[in-house]
Design a binder for this molecule. Structure first.
Ligand SMILES: [Zn+2]
Ligand SMILES: [Zn+2]
Length: 130
């Protein structure tokens, strides 16, 4: 019967320790949160991390994110007051949108209301979407 008792003891021991281990892990993670974050930052600034970020950037670029980047830059410039939103150049509607003729120049836009913006895309350059 000694064997049975030992088994029972082992089981209790195991359960108790499992709970303790979980708590210890949690504590460790909490205590090292800062460290973990710092190591992430360190990684980001390391050649390896930078190369990875560059890969992500290149990938995004390939997926036409320059359109989004141009739109974001424009939005930011308008919000910061660097660029003033103008009314639609065709009809004067103040609810205008910036139309990019060249996404590599995010702040060079034509201001058009949604109707005329739509029109320009379908008449001049059907490939553009912003
Ligand atoms: Zn218009
Ligand atoms: Zn457009």
């Amino acid at each position: 019967m000694a064997n049975e008792k030992k088994k029972e003891y082992d089981r209790k021991y195991y359960l108790a320790h499992r709970a303790q281990d979980a708590a210890r892990c949690r504590k460790y993670r909490q205590a090292h949160k800062e460290e973990t974050r710092n190591s992430v930052l360190k990684y980001r600034n390391s050649p390896k991390g930078l190369a990875m970020l560059q890969r992500i950037k290149d990938k995004n670029k390939n997926e036409f994110s320059h359109k989004r980047a141009a739109r974001n830059a424009l939005k930011y410039a308008v919000r910061k007051g660097v660029l003033i939103r103008k009314p639609c150049e065709v009809c004067g509607n103040v609810k205008s949108e910036g139309h990019h003729e060249d996404y590599s120049k995010p702040l060079e836009v034509r201001w058009l209301c949604s109707i005329h913006h739509h029109e320009i895309h379908h008449s001049i350059s059907p490939g553009l979407t912003s």
